[in-house]
Design a protein around this ligand. Structure first.
Ligand SMILES: O=C1C[C@@](O)(C(=O)O)C[C@@H](O)[C@@H]1O
Length: 319
């Protein structure tokens, strides 16, 4: 179905839930998350999905402008897509490439984003998406660069804490400059448990993720990935797939409902592209904890809809 009017959406959701319950793939009532996470004012795994807007800017100023637009549009979370930042020539990877220099340039953008979010309670998720999963970063350099930026965030966290400022984790942490509460870690790049542990030591939560830009893997594989993420210690488990027809979209939502029933941590399930747009509106009914929307700028993945449209759907489906 198309992501249409609220009444169409309600009917779609009702029909699909009835079908899934009849097949024992969805528990009756609202699926409850037993281990929700709170990032400043946003709760993943609460009664409604959190609405995120991703930056797509190539420099700190563009990201800050997009974060400001996200705040004005009513986003709950900003994702800083570090992989889309242009690396300044001096920092460019090359001979003896310095992950440190890269982390420096990402942290400069993070500071700019944090500045415009100051006082809003909006947390920031830092993501380095590899080309293998629809992003702009080199998959071979991924683990080292990610570990480096996590270390740097940890140092910053400790400095902030020593300076008497609280960082992340609570709704009244607005006095804090550090809004980065979580980091995205790709399951397929390997060493997920180590990177999650590194994030936790740095005072960050970890969102494990897996993207398929070509297809929608079978249900067992999708559930296996989500479970592997939880088993690796991730705080949130996220899958994004590409449906080829409406039945793939329904399968994805069914997987979300099953994962919600079987896992403790918040689960995020997205079908990308126009065909999957309904999952960005109705995913929450099936237990998906987070949806990505746009706020006047380019989408960070295909099929994202404007925040206002998503909010209208959420209000209709989660009264
Ligand atoms: O993982 C995701 C989900 C996403 O791919 C989407 O389809 O909305 C957008 C990405 O920016 C984000 O990191």
């Amino acid at each position: 179905m198309s992501a249409g009017r609220p009444e169409d959406l309600r009917r779609y959701v009702q029909d699909l839930s009835t079908g899934l319950r009849a097949r024992g793939l969805m528990v009756p009532g609202s699926p409850v998350c037993t281990r929700p996470v709170t990032w400043r004012a946003a709760v993943l795994g609460g009664p409604r999905p959190v609405v995120a807007v991703a930056t797509t800017g190539a420099d700190a100023a563009a990201c800050a402008a997009q974060a400001r637009a996200a705040r004005l549009a009513g986003a709950d979370l900003v994702e800083l897509r570090a992989d889309l930042l242009t690396v300044p020539p001096a920092d460019a990877p090359g001979e003896g490439r310095a992950s440190q220099a890269l982390a420096d340039s990402w942290l400069r953008a993070a500071r700019a984003v944090e500045e415009v979010l100051h006082g809003s309670g909006i947390p920031v998720l830092l993501t380095v998406r590899t080309a293998a999963e629809g992003g702009g970063f080199d998959a071979d350099a991924y683990r080292a660069a990610l570990a480096c930026v996590i270390e740097r965030l940890g140092e910053r966290h400790r400095v902030d804490a020593a300076g008497g400022r609280v960082t992340g984790g609570s709704a009244d942490a607005d006095a804090a400059e550090s809004a980065i509460t979580a980091i995205d870690v790709e399951l397929a790049r390997g060493e997920l448990p180590r990177l999650v542990q590194l994030a936790h030591r740095a005072g960050l939560d970890a969102v494990a993720s897996s993207h398929d830009f070509a297809a929608t893997p079978d249900d067992a594989e999708l559930l296996r990935r989500l479970r592997a993420m939880q088993d690796a210690g991730a705080d949130v488990a996220k899958i994004a797939v590409t449906p080829s027809d409406p039945s793939d979209v329904e399968r994805l939502l069914g997987v979300a409902a099953r994962a919600r029933g079987e896992l403790d941590i918040p689960v995020v399930a997205i079908a990308m592209g126009e065909a999957g747009a309904v999952t960005r509106l109705a995913g929450g009914v099936f237990g998906s904890a987070l949806t990505f929307a746009t706020a006047g700028s380019a989408a960070s993945a295909p099929g994202q809809l404007p925040v206002a449209r998503v909010r209208t759907a959420l209000a209709a489906l989660h009264p």
